[in-house]
Design a binder for this molecule. Structure first.
Ligand code: HSE
Length: 312
């Protein structure tokens, strides 16, 4: 077994407006995980298990005061899953996490955690499992594939989940920047999924199907279509109530030159697709609009992470 591995994993934006639980893209903002095997390697040739020692976990950056530093840590849970599937016990591990992805904001922090844990463990075990398995387990941990698939594979991705596998395809990368406005409050995905209806009007479903069907071309050449087709009808109207200023921010960003504006994942972050020359103006407009309803926010101007997770 290898004794050391490093994984860089990007932030993601799920849904991309009308592609609820299906479309997502990887953003140029990375968490870094390094895993070192401290104890015996976990093999059980003599039938004797190595003594179970808790992991040693260091966290710096986002979540350094709040994230679990014991076996409840979700990176560690993902690592355990891979060892269990391989029939191996987990050796004592030292995890060092440098977190840049804000937590609970709709930027894929939990997807990054699951993805990095699964990929790190698989690398320690000599890449025993194929990419497809890792994608499936990551998606099962998350409950949907739209963040974990781009986190692992990079770029813009569309996914379809079957019982035992995931079909996923790469979409064209739009030649646009992504300006994200990140409010200073967390919105757990669990809570943001609870406000969704069980049933939606047929006309709203048809709107979303049509939007996704033409979106590839909107990403490739027809950026002028984005402002119309990104107005999702399956989740944003319901979740907008959880994000003060949602429509105000959208309107301000569009008026300042954004091509289209969406809720990033389950929110509360909002994401504008912009031409590079408009990025600074749109960022200011979004921050100002949030401020007008009493929400403090920070903005980032990000590109697409074409490669996804990098394992070294
Ligand atoms: N597709 C998921 C949702 C993304 O909207 O609930 C969560 O990051």
């Amino acid at each position: 077994m290898r004794r050391h591995v490093k994984v860089n994993v990007p932030a993601t934006s799920g849904n991309l407006g009308p592609g609820f639980d299906v479309l997502g893209l990887a953003l140029s903002l990375y968490n870094e995980l390094s895993v070192t095997v401290m104890g015996p390697s976990g093999r059980r040739p003599s039938g004797r298990r190595p003594a179970r020692r808790p992991p040693v976990i260091h966290i710096q950056g986002e979540g350094e005061r709040t994230l679990h530093r014991d076996s409840r840590n979700i990176i560690f849970k993902a690592i355990k899953k891979v060892f269990k599937e391989a029939g191996r016990s987990v050796p004592q591990l030292e995890l060092t996490c440098l977190n840049r992805i804000p937590l609970g904001r709709g930027l894929g922090s939990s997807a990054a955690a699951y993805a990095s844990g699964l990929l790190a463990a698989n690398q320690l075990l000599g890449n025993k499992f194929k990419r497809d398995r890792i994608l499936l387990w990551a998606s099962q941990f998350e409950g949907h594939p739209d963040d974990v698939v781009p986190a692992i594979e990079g770029g813009v991705r569309a996914s379809f989940v079957l019982d035992h596998s995931i079909m996923n395809i790469k979409w064209p990368n739009p030649s646009l920047r992504m300006v994200v406005a990140i409010p200073d409050f967390e919105l757990p995905t669990r809570k943001a999924r609870k406000v969704l209806p069980k049933w939606v009007p047929l006309k709203d479903a048809v709107f979303n199907i049509a939007a996704v069907a033409v979106m590839r071309e909107a990403f490739r050449r027809r950026h002028d279509w984005l402002r119309h087709i990104l107005n999702d009808r399956l989740h944003e109207p319901y979740r907008s109530k959880l994000v003060p200023g949602f429509y105000r921010v959208k309107k301000a960003a569009l008026a300042s030159g954004a091509e289209g504006v969406i809720l990033s994942g389950a929110g509360p972050t909002m994401l504008s697709f912009v031409k590079p020359s408009n990025a600074a103006r749109v960022a200011r407009a979004m921050e100002r609009a949030f401020k007008q309803v009493g929400v403090k926010s920070r903005t980032m101007n990000l590109g697409i992470a074409k490669q996804g997770a990098i394992v070294k």
